[in-house]
Design a protein around this ligand. Structure first.
Ligand SMILES: Cc1cc2nc3c(=O)[nH]c(=O)nc-3n(C[C@H](O)[C@H](O)[C@H](O)COP(=O)(O)OP(=O)(O)OC[C@H]3O[C@@H](n4cnc5c(N)ncnc54)[C@H](O)[C@@H]3O)c2cc1C
Length: 512
């Protein structure tokens, strides 16, 4: 949230700012009453929109303007400066807009404008029944986009989850640390689904897809017909085949119920052993240190996150956690779990009240494979996110898509990618033929250090560090064949946004 202090030092846009300010910058922060508002220059025009991102209130005035869009520095949501529309997740709600007047060399913000209606779309060929299989990032984003684009047909969302779609990334961060409000977690209230005529069926496990009948069949035998189907079943945590891994004090973390179960287990606990120095494993370590537990992390690698971020970044992450009192046991693996003790392959053992496994996930593609849909590491989809079976689409952690820009297949496990794929798949289920073009983006938070990452680098020839990782002021570029294929940053939000734009201008949701 933009602080009151910052807001007070920003100009009151009702009383105006000199137009000459825009000779130096394309973006100017200010306020109208209590609301943060930004002015953005687009060619000769100056436009005014709300200064707080509708996702987590990120300060849009610290983002960038590209064409007639504005990018949030925190989680890279993108909005139209003309209509306010949230063009790319993780934000869904539009920004407020204001009328701007220029006179006597000054720029004034005057009346608040009404929300812009969506442009008309020819809906005559829309499918009658769309089924979304999965109530997570991709599933929710697809349902929201279908209704946003004016789809009025039957819309059913089936989810094995017991909760309405929620903010999964928070489950290993503030929510697990006990510093998030419960109200931050649902993506929308229960009423939203009723209001938007979305038939959300929770605790509903789908067993199979009957392609001939054009139905999905639930575990209790209900057959639900579809004209278009979106598969968005996500991934499930890997459970190590270790003796003792099925004990009740051994947890994984995927769902809100999992996060609640870990929180409940920490109530009378003093120490936890986290197995796996993955992003989720380390975020769990940070959250549970914040709760005051003693934390041990066991992992085979020498530097945490080395495979994704490289040695130097890994060493820094390790030092951040050690600075907060985490004990690392690296270069070793667990061999068994005996009640409260994790035995390690190097002969040592760690005592603890609970164990959390953070050793990766595997995409839930069995339903697709069983239905004869072509799969590899994930479900193969074309650039429009359609599977090998016409009318059946896939998005999110399960989707292995064709990246047109690099002529490569990719599958990633990122929140924003899943949501944006859900949005693009929704439009394509309506026949809009939008290729999925977003540059992958994710973030990860460890205490007060947030790492943001764009692009895709399963390997690299060289790493170039601009700034200092230790001083938490850097952009680290991962290079392959002389080209930057990915970049990670700490406290260099604008630089990273600019790098993202340079890497591939995202075009999947053009401003109307
Ligand atoms: C704790 C945690 C923290 C994370 N933090 C970050 C982060 O900071 N940044 C980031 O970029 N990414 C993060 N991720 C990854 C991100 O959450 C995932 O990439 C994203 O949720 C994938 O979205 P999805 O829609 O593909 O799957 P999911 O969000 O997992 O949704 C899958 C849905 O499918 C349902 N389902 C599955 N099988 C069936 C079935 N047979 N029948 C009915 N329903 C079914 C599930 O119940 C669920 O509703 C995190 C993940 C976790 C678990």
């Amino acid at each position: 949230m933009a602080s009151q202090e910052n807001q007070d030092s920003d100009p009151d846009l009702v009383t105006g700012v000199p137009a000459s300010e825009f000779d130096k910058t394309a973006l100017l922060k200010g306020h109208v009453g209590d609301e943060p508002v930004v002015l953005a220059r687009v060619g000769d025009e100056i436009l005014a929109v709300s200064g707080a991102c509708t996702h987590y209130s990120g300060p849009l005035g610290d983002g960038i303007v590209e064409g007639d869009t504005i990018h949030c520095p925190w989680h890279h949501a993108r909005f139209s400066l003309r209509t306010g529309e949230a063009l790319a997740a993780p934000a869904f709600s539009p920004l407020g807009r204001w009328k701007v007047e220029q006179r006597d060399g000054r720029v004034f913000v005057t009346d608040k404008l009404k929300a812009e209606p969506q442009p008309a779309r020819d809906a005559r060929n829309d499918p009658k029944r769309i089924v979304i299989l999965g109530g997570g990032a991709a599933g929710f984003a697809a349902a929201e986009m279908l209704r946003r684009r004016g789809y009025v047909g039957q819309l059913t969302m089936l989810s094995a989850d017991e909760d309405t779609p929620y903010d999964r990334p928070n489950l290993s961060k503030d929510y697990l640390a006990g510093t998030a409000e419960e109200s931050w977690i649902p993506l929308r209230s229960e009423k939203y689904y009723a209001r938007n005529n979305i038939d959300l069926q929770l605790r509903t496990n789908v067993d199979r897809i009957d392609r001939d009948a054009g139905t999905v069949v639930t575990a209790n035998g209900q057959a639900i017909p579809f004209d278009r189907l979106l598969l968005a079943t996500g991934a499930e945590p890997v459970r190590l085949p270790l003796p003792g891994a099925e004990q009740p004090n051994v947890f994984v973390l995927r769902s809100l119920a999992d996060s609640r179960a870990i929180i409940s287990a920490t109530q009378n606990a003093k120490s936890v052993t986290v197995i796996g120095a993955s992003f989720i494993g380390l975020e769990v370590a940070a959250a549970l240190r914040t709760r005051g537990l003693q934390v041990h992390v066991v992992a085979p690698e020498t530097y945490p996150l080395e495979k994704v971020l490289g040695k130097e970044f890994g060493a820094f992450i390790r030092s951040v956690h050690e600075g907060h009192g985490v004990h690392f046991h690296l270069g070793t693996t667990p061999s068994r779990i005996d009640d409260r003790t994790v035995q390690l392959s190097d002969g040592k053992s760690i005592d603890g009240d609970l164990v959390v496994l953070g050793v990766g996930v595997k995409p839930r593609i069995a339903l697709a494979t069983k239905a004869g849909i072509v799969t590899d590491k994930g479900i193969l989809v074309d650039e429009f996110l359609e599977t090998s079976v016409p009318g059946i689409f896939a998005a999110g952690d399960i989707a292995e898509w064709q990246d047109r820009a690099h002529n490569e297949r990719r599958r990633v496990e990122h929140w924003v990618v899943a949501e944006r794929q859900g949005q693009v798949a929704a439009e394509n289920m309506l026949g809009m033929r939008r290729p999925f073009m977003s540059v992958p983006f994710f973030w990860s938070a460890h205490y007060d250090v947030t790492i943001r990452y764009i692009g895709y680098a399963s390997s690299w020839d060289a790493i170039e560090i601009d700034g200092s990782i230790e001083k938490q002021d850097c952009i680290v570029a991962y290079k392959k064949g002389g080209r930057t294929v990915a970049a990670a940053s700490i406290n260099r939000d604008i630089g990273l946004l600019e790098c993202e734009v340079a890497m591939g201008r995202p075009t999947e949701h053009k401003a109307a």
